[in-house]
Write a protein that binds this ligand. Structure first.
Ligand code: MOS
Length: 707
């Protein structure tokens, strides 16, 4: 049921991903699979306390074990060698540089050995003596030390305030005042983080599981005092990232440090259990929303305040209330981020940073308002459609939220719905439906690409983007073929090498828009050069390099976003509390769709991740020691195919000339936004129980024993 913007006009629309065969046959090589002569292996020795000082690291026993080459720590002594010095831009990457412990699991020593088994065994034999200090690891609603940061992630202002929210709420006939909380979550990409580092003649090569090879090269260059061009990052195939590989994480730095220290190649492959601590997570949030409306459903005031946490090391404040600045018309608006710095690993980007938890809370609160007004929740949203961005008054470059809501309602059969809250019993189960909106910004970031005509009619394109499983390589091949006016199978696109850069990350849903624009420009420039030489390609080929310096965030005269509407139907068992997804429909207006097949997969994946957050995911923090207790995929359940039934995607035609010349907005994150709210609203409609804390657990929705 996928319908797309311009299927017939794009070269190779619906092309299956080009590296599919390599991947399913195991021929595709990932970062931990490059065999190098003289390879060694590193293993992290983690801090056992969440806050304190390392007093002594003793490596004598470890060094006596088979295959052990070195034990690195912050200083020499007791068998340890001091790790090479770094020049970190962020304290989080100052690894093995000093005695302070800022989170449980922080690397306090690193073993390098001939095999992973040797390294692991020796790491267990390293003795670390710590001086623990009192710690604080669990975020609560009352954080006396919390503060409102001036600027939050992605450069958004921490606070946006328009009008007088308190006065408007006091005068509103209908007010919803609710608090929603979301837990820490983990990105859990299929391929755990891994780095293989080699130094040769003072230059570093890194085979790396990475969303941003070019940025990784510059970050490592800064850390080791090298020009970025002396760092080569290779990320040919990457098994997912969801934000966790968009910035350099500690394991990468440790691999490079270790390789420098021992003078041999070093591989550091993070175990699944270590992933939860070492490579970031999504912050928990405690969000208060106050919505005031008239009896006609028109909003008079919105207040959205989000309390979150970061580590002691790095101020990372997720942009959780920013979608509320975009979504609904209101004369009075107050949106505030607050941050508490705790003794925890640094949270960071995870698919739709801020937008996913923020839209969960906003879209559930809108559902609560609809019920308070006895108004259909689709209608409530339609009535509050703004004519310009509420938080900035910027005009929209394009916005088709109403189309998504209307088309979705028609296809989902929304009109037949009983508007009353549950319980709605159908046989043994309770059944209900829910709706929520989705939004995600469109970005265009600076990027260059190289296009090359080979004799014989083939073309080669290079850009330092990376295909993390999204289908980017395939879609870029199509865009290049389209710009060149040739069939897609005459074009080869090379990705995943920092030396092709500059290029932005496969992140912020900005990859295809940014890389694609550069590829388009390079291919068009190449056609110009070919015309100059009469179409005759010399033996050495013709190559041009082109791209865009432009960063659309630097010209904030338009509000640029993709939109969507998510519809879900659930069945809840009243005795067991089991929640089953019966069907789900995501309708999206997300710019020009280059490849409907891979686009659908991306959006379905996002919706599945939203379902997962609604029903399963949540890291449990042990208040005694700061450990993430459920640090494996057995106890941190992620929704899989069996959980995600009956889901479909509908793509609406969406033209947006205000972003870039290829009309691409980016779809990596839009699918997760609103998905959890649609499921939670459906659970309410099914049961009559409003759960304001994710994940929704069986004990939240089953009838009390004896009832
Ligand atoms: Mo995405 S969380 O911006 O890599």
């Amino acid at each position: 049921m996928t319908r797309t913007g311009e299927p017939a006009e794009v070269a190779g629309a619906g092309l299956p991903r080009l590296e599919a065969r390599e991947k399913v046959t195991g021929a595709a090589r990932y970062a931990a699979e490059y065999p190098l002569p003289g390879m060694t292996h590193a293993w992290v020795v983690p801090a056992a306390v969440p806050r304190g000082l390392v007093q002594a690291v003793s490596a004598d026993a470890a060094l006596a074990m088979p295959g052990v080459l070195a034990v690195l720590a912050h200083e020499d002594g007791d068998g340890c060698s001091a790790a090479p010095r770094l020049r970190p831009q962020v304290p989080e990457l100052a690894l093995l540089q000093g005695p302070r412990i800022a989170y449980r699991g922080q690397p306090v020593a690193l073993v390098v050995a001939e095999t992973p088994e040797d390294a692991r065994a020796a790491a267990a034999a390293v003795r670390v003596r710590c001086l623990p200090e009192p710690h604080h690891v669990v975020l609560t609603a009352d954080e006396p030390e919390s503060y409102p940061p001036e600027v939050v992630n992605a450069g958004h202002p921490g606070i946006v305030e328009i009008g007088d929210v308190d006065a408007a709420l006091a005068e509103s006939p209908v007010v919803v005042d609710v608090t929603y909380t979301t837990p820490p979550q983990h990105a859990a990409p299929m391929e755990p983080h891994a780095a293989t580092a080699v130094w040769e003649d003072g230059r570093l090569t890194l085979h790396h599981s990475d969303q941003a090879p070019w940025r990784t090269a510059s970050t490592l260059g800064e850390l080791f005092g090298l020009p970025a061009e002396d760092v080569h990052v290779v990320a040919e195939h990457v098994g997912g990232g969801f934000g966790s590989k968009a910035m350099v994480r500690p394991p990468t730095v440790l691999a490079a440090l270790a390789a420098k220290a021992v003078g041999r190649p070093v591989r550091l492959a993070v175990t699944r259990q270590q992933m939860f601590t070492l490579v970031s997570h999504r912050t928990p949030t405690i969000q208060r929303l106050r919505l005031g409306a008239g009896p006609d459903g028109r909003l008079r005031a919105i207040e959205h305040e989000a309390l979150q946490r970061s580590s002691r090391l790095t101020e990372y404040c997720e942009q959780t209330v920013t979608p509320t600045r975009v979504m609904y018309a209101t004369p009075h608006l107050r949106t505030v981020h607050r941050l508490a710095r705790l003794d925890v690993p640094t949270p960071s980007w995870m698919r739709a940073p801020g937008k996913a938890p923020g839209m969960f809370a906003l879209e559930c609160a809108m559902d609560e308002l609809a019920h308070a007004l006895r108004m259909d929740p689709v209608e409530l949203r339609l009535r509050n459609e703004p004519d310009a961005e509420p938080g900035s008054r910027l005009p929209f470059s394009s916005r088709n939220l109403t189309g998504c809501l209307r088309e979705g309602a028609a296809r989902f059969g929304w009109a037949a719905r009983d508007p009353a809250p549950g319980p709605h019993r159908v046989g043994e189960w309770l059944r209900g439906t829910g709706v929520a909106a989705a939004v995600y910004p469109g970005h265009l970031r600076p990027c260059v690409a190289t296009a090359r005509a080979e004799p014989g009619g083939r073309f080669t394109v290079r850009v330092a983007g990376v295909d993390i499983g999204t289908g980017a390589r395939t879609a870029l091949t199509q865009l290049a073929a389209e710009a060149l006016g040739v069939p897609w199978d005459r074009v080869t696109v090379h990705l995943g090498r920092s030396e092709f850069g500059p290029a932005p990350a496969a992140g912020g849903s900005a990859g295809l828009a940014s890389w694609g624009t550069a590829v388009h420009k390079a291919c068009r420039a190449l056609l110009g050069r070919l015309a100059q030489v009469g179409g005759e390609v010399p033996g050495e080929g013709i190559e041009v390099r082109a791209g865009t310096e432009e960063d659309v965030e630097a010209r904030p005269e338009l509000s640029r976003h993709s939109y969507g509407a998510q519809f879900a139907e659930v069945a809840v068992h009243p005795v067991t509390g089991e929640v089953r997804l019966e069907r789900m429909l995501g309708v999206f207006a997300a710019g020009r769709i280059v490849n409907p097949r891979t686009a659908r997969s991306q959006l379905l994946g996002g919706m599945c991740m939203g379902l997962s957050g609604a029903l399963h995911e949540g890291l449990e923090v042990d208040p005694r020691d700061g450990d993430f207790v459920n640090h494996d995929l057995a106890s941190y359940h992620i929704a899989t195919h069996a959980d995600f039934r009956g889901a479909e995607v509908l793509l609406l035609r969406d033209e947006d000339p205000g972003l870039n010349e290829i009309g691409v907005k980016g779809i990596g994150e839009l699918g997760i936004v609103g998905a959890a709210a649609a499921v939670a609203n459906a659970v309410y409609h099914a049961t009559g129980v409003r759960v304001r804390e994710l994940p929704i657990r069986p004990e939240d929705v089953r009838a009390p024993a004896g009832a």
